[in-house]
Design a protein around this ligand. Structure first.
Ligand SMILES: Cc1cc2nc3c(=O)[nH]c(=O)nc-3n(C[C@H](O)[C@H](O)[C@H](O)COP(=O)(O)OP(=O)(O)OC[C@H]3O[C@@H](n4cnc5c(N)ncnc54)[C@H](O)[C@@H]3O)c2cc1C
Length: 421
């Protein structure tokens, strides 16, 4: 039986859980400062070195700021993700100057989309042709992608602290103090919380709502050795209560990502239930699973989806999943993360130049995200509504078996790259 590893960030024992940290006296920082504590000054401390944090770090370092990028894990690190790199990411990779390095990693090329219903229907379409590689998505392990981005940040002079969990956060009159588990204190003018869906920063600053800590579905991911599966396509297979995404990774394995309605899951032996009862309800998945072997542990994340949080406070913005997540069905999570990291960098650059770091000023970041992502958010909401309602999707799949026009135009909307500023 494989481990069920929940990727939730658990507030560590040493952290200070005061509901309104900003109002509390600086003297509390003494709890973190020991004789051994080192103090590092920086313009911006970025918590989380996933795509959101690394992209923000790259963009700010290019503008000449002193940046410290912190992650609690050592890299390269495994990351629960469907591992589909949507073609919409190319303009962002080019902007960050990492496109060639991304392509140098083991990967598979993905030029189309296939969807199956558990009643057996299957439909597929190709990505619309676009200039050069921009029509191609990738199957690429997140451990590799995130490592490429962190290396790019380091190359631009970003100070990287891996294996350093952020455990304390205090606002002083002029700066934030960020306490790392390694006994280092960062004194930063501004903070970017890019620490993922269970953001510790959002929790500390009271930016959570009940919807951002609870959700309908649980996400799972593992890798399979499944000869011949998902060749050249990202595949979505529906089953009662959820869906599975399958993409080849170019190393002889495929990534299997799941979103499963938690009401359908048993209390124990979830792993057995998923692989022997739940997924085989889709006949296409049943065949793939019968010919495959699991080569990685099953990881889990919760919640899969929540609506966006307020993503600014005095001297702080949230980026990527920390600000809000998308339903994984569209494979846009990495794009939203990197693009929001770039938008955060733009706002913080303006804030540092003008000396305006209060929440009122930083609100413009949330407005910029709303403008940039509005159409994608609407589409994502529609997809989320449909994906758990087979009565809506199965007729579309049936129709698309004969005429793929509707499916093609939907896939184009999700996968067509746009220019990045
Ligand atoms: C089942 C599933 C499948 C998915 N499939 C896809 C897909 O195929 N394609 C796609 O584009 N997106 C997909 N996504 C979404 C995608 O994984 C996320 O949107 C993306 O990882 C967000 O990046 P991020 O940088 O915001 O956060 P993350 O990648 O989660 O990075 C956050 C980082 O913060 C660090 N951290 C957390 N707390 C602390 C702390 N206290 N101190 C220091 N560091 C800390 C963590 O270690 C982590 O490295 C999927 C999501 C799910 C649930």
């Amino acid at each position: 039986m494989h481990d069920l590893r929940v990727e939730r960030t658990v507030a560590p024992g040493r952290c200070w859980n005061a509901p309104h940290p900003i109002d509390v006296s600086v003297s509390r920082l003494g709890a973190y400062c020991t004789a051994k504590s080192a103090m590092t000054n920086c313009d911006v401390a970025i918590v989380g070195a996933g795509p959101a944090g690394s992209s923000a770090a790259i963009a700010l370092a290019r503008r000449g700021y002193d940046i410290v990028l912190v992650d609690k894990q050592q890299f390269p690190r495994e990351k629960l993700c469907g591992d589909f790199i949507n073609p919409i990411n190319w303009p962002v990779f080019e902007n960050l100057s990492v496109a060639e390095r991304v392509l140098a990693q083991p990967h598979s090329e993905v030029s189309g989309f296939r969807m199956t219903a558990y009643s057996g229907e299957a439909a597929e379409t190709s990505f619309k042709s676009a200039p050069q590689r921009r029509a191609i998505g990738l199957g690429l392990r997140r451990a590799l992608l995130d490592q490429v981005l962190v290396e790019r940040a380091a190359e631009l002079g970003v100070s990287i602290r891996l294996g350093s969990r952020v455990e304390g956060l205090i606002k002083t009159e002029r700066a934030w103090r960020v306490a790392l588990g390694t006994e280092e204190i960062l004194r930063a003018k501004l903070i970017i919380g890019a620490d993922g869906r269970n953001s510790w920063i959002a929790q500390q600053l009271g930016m959570n709502t009940s919807s951002s800590t609870h959700g309908r579905s649980i996400g799972f991911q593992t890798r399979l050795r499944a000869p011949g599966a998902a060749q050249g396509k990202i595949e979505i297979h529906l089953f009662p209560g959820g869906y599975a995404g399958l993409v080849a990774l170019g190393d002889g394995t495929v990534s299997l990502g799941l979103a499963v309605d938690r009401a359908t899951l048993p209390r124990a032996r979830i792993d057995d239930f998923l692989f022997t009862e739940c997924l085989p309800q889709n006949p296409h998945l049943r065949i793939i699973l019968s010919r495959s072997e699991r080569v990685a542990e099953l990881r889990s994340a919760y919640p899969v989806y929540f609506s966006r949080r307020r993503c600014y406070a005095d001297g702080v913005v949230l980026a990527g999943d920390a600000a809000g997540v998308s339903e994984p069905i569209s494979g846009e999570g990495v794009f939203f993360a990197m693009q929001s990291g770039l938008l955060a960098a733009e706002t913080l650059d303006q804030a540092l130049r003008s000396g305006e770091v209060a929440a009122d000023y930083l609100r413009r970041y949330e407005q910029a995200c709303a403008r940039a992502f509005r159409r994608r958010f609407i589409l994502n909401s529609l997809l989320r509504m449909a994906i758990y309602r087979p009565s809506l999707l199965t007729p579309l799949i049936r129709l698309s078996e004969k005429n793929s026009r509707i499916l093609s135009s939907l896939v184009d909307r999700v996968c067509q790259p746009q220019a990045v500023g």
